[in-house]
Design a protein around this ligand. Structure first.
Ligand code: HEM
Length: 455
């Protein structure tokens, strides 16, 4: 009997229907979850011009993540992002990626991240101070502003203040038109400069370029080290001692700005939503904050002691992973388990699906932060939980993100809790990242009077 060349999967028609969003991207994870439930660890289907392989098995996912960058490249979504992010870390291929990763990595060493922590705490305190008791706020908008401010401050230091709103608006604009450029006709849009989508995108990108290139020029002229990410990028040299060209500094800076704030904003928004729906977890978090911090703000050194806060974040990243899907396109024959994938094949895996696989998770749909410290998750295989990806393309900002999320949670939850205004589940909007599908309006209830903070 000859070996099958592909595992079973949905018919081309069923796949076409499942992946056709009709503008509603939340249909894709629903389709993928159905595929996993029907076909198990690996399923494959043909779409016009490309064969997809969907993985819901930790070992296979790990194989995909650790594949060499000379055998696989990023999927179409991230490649489309090149129009905005150029050859930054997220979107570049080998060998450029590896060289850039070496240059950027020192900016994310432990001591550097600890240096950014005070900015995180200060900005979170300012944000919390502006939350008046009894008011209703869109928590997602508040978190987005806060994480953008932190990303901008750690990347560009103080100079950014005047430009933060411009950058925020331009980034939002590019992300809003991005889904349209992902449709099957997306590439055509690039050649239609008069098209409204292309015009909006180009205008926003030009605005970002204007600000970022000016920041780079000013800093080069000043020639000083501000201890921020921009200084690190400008000081870095390759093996021949050559500095990074401005165009690449721009690509890396925009990549870090975007990758560094949008994901964390989503993680924080979903965390507040989960806490408001799970009073026992919220009470346990408050008890930890009272015990570890008493009546003071966290310090960077407190992060390892805020264990339950970390478990809360870990559980949010499991159920509402900000990066909810990732993919690789095969460029050289690739062995995946028992299968041989020819060039052109596309592998995808979804954290939204695997993080709830009942083979690995007890009560998979429940928000149970305690699972992270009661031994339940200790023996999980690596590829069962991958909110930050893995292999040589693992998130460079992972420890930055953990530090930021724990510090924002502790600094804000010490002062306020958020109450649901609308108890119905918040729909998912799986754009590039997993955003809430409606504004997360929540009511502010202060735990400490605002007056105490001001004084
Ligand atoms: C909760 C927050 C975050 C999540 C869930 C997250 C998730 C991810 C994931 C899944 C990848 C891999 C994508 C792939 O393999 O295709 C990635 C890559 C990346 N992330 Fe993050 N990220 C977060 C925060 C951050 C932060 C704070 C920064 C920077 C300050 C950052 C910068 C990057 C960069 C530059 C890459 C590309 C790395 C490379 O390919 O070498 N991320 N992130």
């Amino acid at each position: 009997m000859s070996a099958r060349r592909t595992p079973p999967g949905p018919s081309p028609l069923a796949a076409l229907r499942g992946m056709a969003t009709g503008g509603d991207l939340s249909r894709i994870p629903v389709f993928l979850a159905k595929v996993a439930a029907t076909y198990g660890p690996v399923a494959s289907w043909q779409m016009p011009g490309v064969r997809f392989w969907f993985l819901d098995d930790p070992d296979l996912i790990e194989q995909m993540l650790t594949a060499s960058g000379y055998d696989v490249v990023k999927g179409r979504g991230l490649r489309r992002m090149r129009r905005l992010l150029g050859e930054g870390l997220l979107t570049s291929d080998e060998p450029l990626h590896l060289r850039q990763r070496r240059l950027v990595q020192p900016a994310f060493h432990r001591e550097r991240v600890a240096g950014y922590a005070q900015t995180m705490i200060d900005d979170a305190r300012d944000t919390a101070a502006g939350l008046a008791d009894g008011t209703t706020v869109a928590v997602d908008a508040v978190m987005n502003r806060l994480t953008l401010r932190i990303a901008a401050a750690t990347l560009f230091s103080a100079e950014i203040d005047d430009d933060a709103d411009t950058i925020g608006a331009a980034l939002t604009e590019t992300m809003e038109v991005f889904p349209a450029t992902l449709q099957s006709f997306g590439e055509i849009l690039d050649h239609l400069p008069w098209h409204p989508i292309t015009r909006r995108f180009t205008a926003a990108r030009d605005e970002l370029n204007r600000v970022v290139f000016r920041l780079i020029a000013d800093r080069r002229a000043a020639g000083d080290d501000r201890g921020d990410l921009l200084s690190m990028l400008l000081q870095s040299t390759d093996d021949d001692g050559a500095p990074m060209p401005d165009a690449l500094v721009r690509d890396e800076a925009l990549t870090l700005l975007l990758a560094g704030h949008e994901t964390t904003a989503n993680a924080m928004s979903w965390t507040w939503d989960a806490l408001a729906r799970n009073p026992a977890a919220e009470a346990r978090l408050h008890a930890e904050l009272d015990a570890v911090l008493g009546d003071r703000d966290p310090q960077p050194a407190d992060v390892p002691h805020l264990k339950f806060a970390r478990d809360v974040i870990a559980e949010t990243l499991r159920l509402r992973p900000p990066a909810w899907i990732l993919g690789r396109r095969v460029i050289r024959p690739f062995r995946l388990g028992a299968w041989e994938l020819p060039p052109g094949s596309v592998m995808i895996a979804s954290q939204l699906v695997t993080h709830r696989n009942p083979r690995y998770w007890q009560q998979p749909d429940d928000f149970r932060p305690e699972r992270w410290s009661n031994g339940e998750t200790a023996a999980l295989p690596k590829g069962a939980y991958y909110p930050f990806g893995g292999g040589n393309r693992i998130c460079i900002g992972e420890s930055f993100a953990w530090t930021e999320a724990v510090l924002l949670l502790a600094t804000i939850a010490r002062r306020v809790r958020f109450r649901l205004v609308d108890g119905s589940p918040v729909p998912l909007d799986p754009l590039v990242t997993l955003r809430p599908g409606r504004p997360m309006h929540m009511k502010v209830e202060r735990r400490t009077p605002a007056l105490v903070e001001a004084g």
